[in-house]
Design a protein around this ligand. Structure first.
Ligand code: CMC
Length: 428
């Protein structure tokens, strides 16, 4: 019990109530004690879009939005991006500690071995139209996995759960590759157990039939780093969806498919695609002031800018911006970088963006790198989903093991009609 209290006086009754303050929060259920009489339901808090509501205690990811700080399990994102790998980061997110070299080898092998997907998924890919949206294909295939693994619903069995986790992290990569290959009419390529996770993503996507494939080291390392940067971001829209679906004890494949659907929108994981489309549309630096003027006039948003939590430079965006030149040294310069740099410069000097504290987020520069590596624009959200699968699963396990969590079920303020009589069809 905390010593800090919030004392509130209910002007309707004159009564005073004490609410405990813990970690800067008050327990919303205790508002129910603030009521006018025995038949009063009691107060609720009203918070559309959860702008000021903590829905969980979490030990996974820490963000200080004012100071641009991001840590996974206490480790600064800059250090993980510089020195860690994606599978090491996934392990850290899921199990709370960095693996030693033996644990990492076992983990990498056990994930890689799960990469081949059941034949049904390859069949499913063939059934999509030529112009099917990659994210829709990804979501469908992940959901379809739930029909193929009978123990998927045993979410209280930690051993079964671990198997589904390994499968999901592994097969998210394979499904992403299959989506790409379906669009390019290329056959399935098996993973290589010697390669890193990012190396296998590149191999399974880009290997040409009958030709050997070795991932280009700088691109493999950069992709791995992008996966690290996207692996988790605490209680965002898709993580909240994952927890919400998981809270009904649905199987993790269905929950990841739902989380991926939440990610797909342009305000969330679809932003990296939207940024590239915006940069293409602007086309050249001379058109930047005109575009900024349109944004300020309310005609669209500067995609890749702004964040609900960061009111400062997104630390992920800083890291991505730093590696752009290394990638270009291998791939050649992506001309859209000049448009992006000019956009950032103009926006950061403009009162509209300064007053609203809008800075580049992770998606502002990541698309330029994805494009340089060779991914088509409409695959960017899929790559985001592949990385975030690790974070969703860590959030899901934490939710299942948290005795405070029950099925997610917000309240509402009903604003519809009062009770009224049904009117027969022929009398309306
Ligand atoms: N361009 C222009 N104006 C903006 C932008 C933007 N990108 N973002 C916010 N604003 C304005 C907004 O119009 C509002 O102005 P006013 O107070 O005059 O009405 C003010 O800033 C506050 O915006 P908000 O919509 O209330 O902020 P939010 O916290 O609800 O939205 C956001 C956060 C990320 C959805 C929003 O900043 C946005 O739409 N950004 C562009 C999309 C984007 O890049 N999304 C990727 C987020 S990072 C990856 C991820 O984690 O998903």
């Amino acid at each position: 019990m905390t010593d800090e209290q919030l004392t509130v006086t209910d002007q309707r009754t004159g009564r005073t109530h004490e609410l405990p303050i813990e970690a800067g929060t008050i327990p919303a259920p205790q508002l129910r004690e603030v009521k006018t009489g025995d038949d009063d339901f009691g107060l609720m808090s009203y918070d559309p879009s959860f702008k000021n509501t903590a829905s969980t205690r979490s030990a996974i990811t820490f963000i200080d939005g004012d100071n641009g700080v991001l840590r996974y399990r206490g480790y600064p994102i800059e250090q993980l991006a510089e020195e860690g790998t994606f599978l090491e980061t996934a392990y850290l997110l899921l199990f709370g500690e960095l693996p030693d070299s033996g644990e990492l080898d076992d983990w990498r092998m056990s994930v890689t071995q799960q990469m081949p997907v059941p034949g049904t998924i390859e069949q499913l890919m063939k059934s999509f139209r030529d112009d099917a949206d990659p994210m829709g294909m990804f979501i469908s295939a992940i959901a379809a996995l739930s029909t193929l693994y009978p123990k998927a619903g045993d979410v209280r069995d930690s051993k079964a759960r671990l198997l589904q986790i390994r499968r999901l992290i592994a097969q998210a990569a394979t499904i992403a590759a299959l989506v790409y290959r379906r669009h390019h009419r290329l056959p399935y390529v098996a993973p290589d157990e010697e390669l890193s996770y990012a190396g296998n993503v590149l191999r399974m996507m880009f290997k040409k039939p009958g030709e050997p494939y070795r991932p280009e080291p700088v691109l493999e390392r950069t992709l791995d780093m992008l996966l690290v940067l996207h692996a988790d971001h605490e209680q965002n829209c898709s993580a909240t969806t994952m927890r919400g679906i998981g809270s009904s004890l649905a199987d993790p494949y269905s929950a990841v498919a739902g989380a991926a659907a939440a990610l797909s929108g342009p305000l969330h994981g679809g932003a990296n695609q939207a940024v590239m489309e915006m940069l293409e549309e602007i086309g050249e630096t001379s058109r930047v002031p005109e575009f900024i003027g349109q944004v300020k006039a309310g005609e669209g948003r500067l995609m890749g800018f702004g964040h609900r939590v960061y009111r400062n430079y997104d630390p992920r965006a800083k890291i991505v911006k730093q590696v752009v030149d290394d990638v270009f040294a291998v791939t050649g310069r992506n001309r859209l970088i000049d448009v992006a740099l000019e956009l950032e410069k103009v926006a950061l000097e403009d009162d509209y963006f300064v007053e609203r504290r809008l800075y580049p987020n992770v998606d502002f520069y990541s698309g330029i790198i994805y494009q340089a590596i060779g991914f088509p624009t409409n695959m960017f959200p899929v790559l985001f989903a592949v990385a975030r699968t690790a974070g969703w699963l860590a959030q899901w396990v934490e939710m299942l093991e948290d005795p405070e969590q029950k099925i997610a079920r917000p309240r509402q303020i009903y604003i519809g009609p009062e009770e009224r009589e049904y009117v027969a069809l022929n009398e309306r």
